[in-house]
Design a protein around this ligand. Sequence first.
Ligand SMILES: Cc1cc2nc3c(=O)[nH]c(=O)nc-3n(C[C@H](O)[C@H](O)[C@H](O)COP(=O)(O)OP(=O)(O)OC[C@H]3O[C@@H](n4cnc5c(N)ncnc54)[C@H](O)[C@@H]3O)c2cc1C
Length: 303
Amino acid sequence: MFREVVLGLGNNAAVSGVLKQYGMRLGASRFVAGQTLAEALAVSRDLNRRGIKVTLDHLGESVTEPAAAAAARDSYLEMLQALHGSGVEGNVSLKPTMLGLALDAQLARSNIGQVVDRAADLNNFVRIDMEDSPYTTATLDIFRELWERHPGAVGVVLQAYLYRTRDDLAALSIPPKNFRIVKGAYREPPDRAFPAKPDVDENCFGLVEQSLQAGNYTAVATHDESLIERVVNWVERQGTARTRFEFQMLYGIKLPLLEQLARNGYTTRVYVPFGQDWYAYFVRRLAERPANLLFFARALLTR
Ligand SMILES: Cc1cc2nc3c(=O)[nH]c(=O)nc-3n(C[C@H](O)[C@H](O)[C@H](O)COP(=O)(O)OP(=O)(O)OC[C@H]3O[C@@H](n4cnc5c(N)ncnc54)[C@H](O)[C@@H]3O)c2cc1C
């Protein structure tokens, strides 16, 4: 309920005006690694030194012009090239609507395809993030097609709050592929997504189990300590090879826990967003935790 309200308010013009004006100084900088690729790479090197890999995200989504989608594609080509020469252990994550999916599926397919082609050339990897449910089918279609072209260079995200995900995962797992499992961060109607959080939490564990049992490489992307503990117990009981899964968290959240997992010998990765278009990403982070909104409101009132 809290999440729905905050995500809804994020679209309100007055609220977004205030958030855009003060957000970066009073909160967003906690979740955003910097404005430039150079800053994101510096953060990435520090995370690598702690034994943690990264996935770089150039912030931006829902572009409305083909030129903006082409610029986003080019920024990803540049990121892959920069990663290649940098010695940073990391890959990239991209949002399909940043590369044109809200404009035209064919345009997005072509732009994302060029990024995945380049990643394959450079022996790197592209994770296609999952956005809100109007884009789920098109995103999975693009993923399937690109996976046929470069099986080792592309993976996609699946969201536990959607009813459809168990079926999507079953269909996509033949043959096995590479998935990041998350709970889901967007506002979704109850006919598409579990309204109750305990159901989402339970489905998230079930999907991780299903994904690993089907032989997929599985990125478990959560800050939920009891879910992580459940997954750790499950993989240890099953004797699942540690090369078949990893734990991921977002920049700015629960880093000590991820470091502990790295010290315990698990593969770990931080999602490192950077760039100027931080607003929508920040609103999703506010919506995930009442304390974040309180922190922001307090900082705003005492500024
Ligand atoms: C690497 C990564 C990639 C992601 N990619 C996508 C994607 O492509 N599509 C998508 O829809 N969603 C994505 N998400 C977001 C995800 O769907 C959830 O919204 C988010 O991870 C919060 O859920 P949780 O699993 O941490 O569990 P929750 O039960 O929400 O949180 C568990 C605990 O984690 C901490 N926590 C969670 N969120 C925050 C926060 N914002 N600030 C501070 N503490 C917090 C709190 O202590 C909370 O009690 C991604 C998440 C991660 C970690």
